[in-house]
Design a binder for this molecule. Structure first.
Ligand code: SF4
Length: 358
């Protein structure tokens, strides 16, 4: 066994593989073969790369590994949702979720090991900041779910709506999007942001641009700052201006997510203000009743179904394309950060020593 650290091939770009293979077999098609095994065929080891000569596989194994995060726990719901707690070698724990939808599965990935944005309705935000995940660590979540769920080659959508703010980790997310694009069209990949305006502008400039979702949750600046402290840094009017300038291909829309909180942002006045705010932006609105968690979210509650329906009705009558996302996987703690929160609450042995609650 070699004693020096071996390079993880998961997350490597074509150019990086070319450099790694330079002394073993510099022909470009060899690097491409390795890339395809990792990024398309989801190989779990160098040994699986059977179109490489045996001698090359052995030599490559001395320099490199194919390593994905460890599966710490999987919770399955009656609706088919599978929520994974995944651990990295430094002990960080993140969540990734597979949600069966009509005709395809949506895979939700984390971009950071915690989140400094601090939305008051989000367990990840309440648990505090973490580090950025590398592109390979994000892509490793995707590979782990595809392999574990027997979905390699199956039609999937990918959403960056797990732990963390993707646009505060644009380097890691861009690399992951590039790798995911080997198997999923960017039209089926959505990055969800709390409203990081410089990140939205950078995303707008990407050649293979994923779809954009914005976690809005409020209809006034004051209300938004109360729910999402980050709104003080990038105010609502600045955010909406950046979204109006975001390039959208024909037929594409921006998704606005609106977590519904009883007595806070669910009034008729809110419902009447929302269409005025979004005027001129091709969009749809997802109403998401809060997935309550008394341990971390205190007294925050979802409105009752009648209130949610009335709110949705006002939007619909103003010609807003609106859907209500009744929570999938409620019984498996599928809202952002809840499973990790439960693992942390059980203690460091199960949490793998990951970043603790503040
Ligand atoms: S909702 Fe997203 S941006 Fe807000 S605290 Fe949670 S993970 Fe961070």
């Amino acid at each position: 066994m070699p004693t020096r650290a071996r390079r993880n091939l998961v997350g490597a770009s074509r150019a990086e593989l070319q450099a790694l293979l330079a002394e073993l077999d510099p022909r470009p098609f060899r690097a491409e073969q390795v890339y395809q095994w990792v990024a398309r065929r989801m190989a779990a080891s160098v040994g699986e790369m059977t179109n490489l000569p045996k001698a090359l596989r052995e030599a490559l194994s001395e320099h490199a590994v194919v390593a994905d995060p460890d599966v710490l726990e999987v919770r399955r719901g009656g609706d088919g949702t599978a929520k994974y707690a995944l651990a990295f070698p430094d002990g960080a724990v993140v969540e990734a979720v597979a949600m069966p939808m009509e005709g395809h599965t949506t895979i939700c990935l984390s971009s950071q090991t915690g989140c400094a944005v601090g939305c008051i309705f989000c367990v990840t935000g309440v648990l505090g900041a973490g580090r950025n995940l590398t592109g390979g660590e994000i892509f490793g979540q995707y590979r782990t779910i595809l392999r574990s769920e027997g979905m390699v080659g199956a039609p999937v959508n990918v959403v960056f709506m797990g732990m963390g703010e993707p646009l505060l980790n644009l380097a890691g997310v861009s690399r992951a999007v590039e790798l995911i694009a080997e198997t999923v069209s960017p039209r089926r990949v959505t990055v969800s942001t709390s409203g990081i305006v410089p990140g939205i502008r950078k995303l707008a400039g990407l050649e293979r641009r994923p779809k954009l979702a914005v976690s809005l949750n409020a209809t006034t600046q004051e209300q938004r700052e109360r729910l999402m402290p980050i709104a003080a840094r990038w105010p609502l009017d600045e955010l909406l201006a950046a979204l109006r300038a975001f390039p959208l291909e024909r037929g594409r829309r921006i998704t606005f997510e609106y977590v519904m909180l009883a007595g806070i942002n669910d009034s008729d006045d809110d419902a009447r203000r929302l269409p005025r705010l979004l005027k001129g932006i091709p969009c749809k609105v997802n109403l998401i009743p809060l997935n309550p968690d008394q341990r971390y979210l205190g007294e925050l509650e979802a409105p009752d179904e009648e209130r949610i329906s009335a709110f949705a009705g006002i939007l619909a009558s103003a010609h807003v394309n609106v859907t209500v996302r009744w929570s999938k996987g409620r019984e498996v703690a599928a809202a952002c950060g809840q499973l990790r929160g439960q693992i942390i609450a059980r203690g460091p042995a199960q949490a793998g020593g990951g970043s603790p609650a503040p």
